[in-house]
Design a protein around this ligand. Structure first.
Ligand code: ATP
Ligand code: MG
Ligand code: MG
Length: 414
């Protein structure tokens, strides 16, 4: 069994389809309801506790969701319709939802943000790329893949390695397969279910120096015109395609390059018209200083977790401000630097749970550490179980302070 955490626990009842009920401009944000898969909504759960990975939401007072919530899958059209009846505004914190029913409800006048068309086009990573390309956003070359034979001709054009990707349902790199050479085509195609008819596309390899990410908030101003704010640039490091650390400001990235990344991110989000909410924009910084966009998430994002300790208003609150039409909050860093590390599950046995929690214990010794344990059921290997953010006077000092925590993440295997 999981030892009772001694620190802040955010109970998490699974990915939620969130619905905010409130009034635009100055009204009370009263209630939030959500669809959760399963039965495990606790009677006194709050949005803060169940909806987001870690979210602190200052503009939302503790609100009871149990009596408001609808239990069921966010793919289930009837459940989503039922939920829509109970609230004023629908929003989401995961994009893999039933977008058709969102479009239907939106046509009937139900306020939904981000707009369903954006959710739909982001769901299909290929369509997302086509859309961004049409709006002049710099991307790695990409192409649709219908058959295995397509990959041979594309391989000759793109060169190797190239990255084969699932169009739908991808997260944490689970829909990706590296094609190292022409001989590796069959294996990659089969790995992603190409033979079984799964929809795929392929990208040219992006020989990046670093991966960067920017959170963009798109809300409205006093006259209800769309307005945007941009959070600082983050250097994100993936391990096995899963976000491992984020550092801001990024070390070794010039001011000009950071501004370029922020511009590409905001240009990309502008292409979504009147859609509101917070968006996570992942990018590649190449050796020559150019920046390519990798993908966009229409919701609070792992690379925005640091905002809780480091910025005026964090990404979770900002998201609600955006969708509710409240004034946007300050995105600027309130510290010199911040580094976040994800805590991934090591396994279900008690020893593995203890091992998983070791970095959290170590972080208790770090003065400026924000420790987040999501309190999920189980501790499956590779599952995101929590995260730690350490702030400092400079990015270098944040890095220095978090180092023993990183060592504890790798434990004895390091
Ligand atoms: P997420 O969990 O962020 O939603 P995902 O499963 O949607 O991830 P991507 O973001 O497309 O997957 O890719 C995961 C990682 O794979 C990237 O962060 C990057 O490290 C690597 N990657 C993706 N596309 C390319 C590319 N074209 N060239 C090189 N590396 C790539
Ligand atoms: Mg993704
Ligand atoms: Mg990604």
């Amino acid at each position: 069994d999981m030892p009772p955490p001694r620190f802040e626990t955010i109970r998490r009842a699974g990915k939620c389809f969130l619905a905010a009920s409130g009034r635009e401009w100055g009204g009370q944000v009263r209630d939030l309801s959500l669809i959760v898969p399963g039965e495990n909504v606790r009677a006194r759960s709050t949005w803060r506790e169940v909806s987001c990975w870690t979210g602190f939401c200052h503009c939302v007072k503790t609100c009871k969701v149990a009596e408001m919530s609808v239990k069921g899958s966010f793919q289930d059209a009837d459940k989503v319709r039922e939920l829509a009846k109970k609230c004023d505004i629908l929003t989401l914190e995961v994009e893999h939802v039933n977008a058709e029913v969102l479009e239907e409800l939106h046509q009937q006048g139900v306020p939904i943000q981000p707009l369903p068309f954006v959710v739909k086009l982001i769901q299909d990573k290929y369509v997302q790329k086509v859309h961004l390309q049409k709006h002049g956003v710099p991307l790695p070359d990409f192409e649709k893949v219908e058959t295995e034979a397509d990959l041979h001709s594309i391989g000759e054009k793109f060169g190797y390695p190239m990255m084969l990707k699932s169009r739908y349902g991808a997260y944490d790199g689970k829909g990706n397969a590296v094609v190292p050479n022409a001989q590796g085509i069959t294996a990659a195609f089969e790995k992603l279910g190409g033979k079984a008819g799964k929809k795929l596309y392929v990208e040219k390899w992006a020989p990046f120096k670093m991966e960067l990410a920017v959170m963009v908030a798109r809300g409205v101003d006093e006259t209800m015109n769309v307005t945007m704010r941009t959070y600082p640039v983050v250097h994100t490091v993936q391990r096995d395609s899963v976000c491992f650390t984020c550092l801001t400001p990024p070390v070794g990235v010039t001011q000009k390059q950071q501004e370029l990344a922020q511009k590409i991110a905001t240009d990309a989000i502008k292409s979504f018209g009147d859609a509101r909410g917070i968006f996570g924009v992942e990018m590649f910084l190449l050796e020559d200083g150019s920046v390519l966009l990798n993908e966009i998430a229409p919701r609070p994002h792992n690379t925005g977790h640091y905002t809780m300790e480091a910025c005026g208003v964090d990404q979770f609150e900002q998201h609600l401000r955006c969708v509710l039409g409240l004034p946007l909050g300050d995105c600027q860093l309130r510290v010199g630097g911040a580094m976040m590390v994800n805590i991934l599950g090591q396994g279900e046995t008690p020893e593995m749970v203890t091992k998983t929690m070791a970095p959290l214990r170590r972080a208790l010794l770090v003065p400026d550490a924000g420790i987040h344990w999501y309190g999920k059921d189980g501790c499956a290997k590779g599952r995101k179980m929590g995260h730690i953010t350490v702030t400092g006077f400079t990015p270098a000092s944040a890095l220095e302070e978090i180092r023993p925590v990183l060592v504890a993440v790798d434990g004895d295997d390091a």
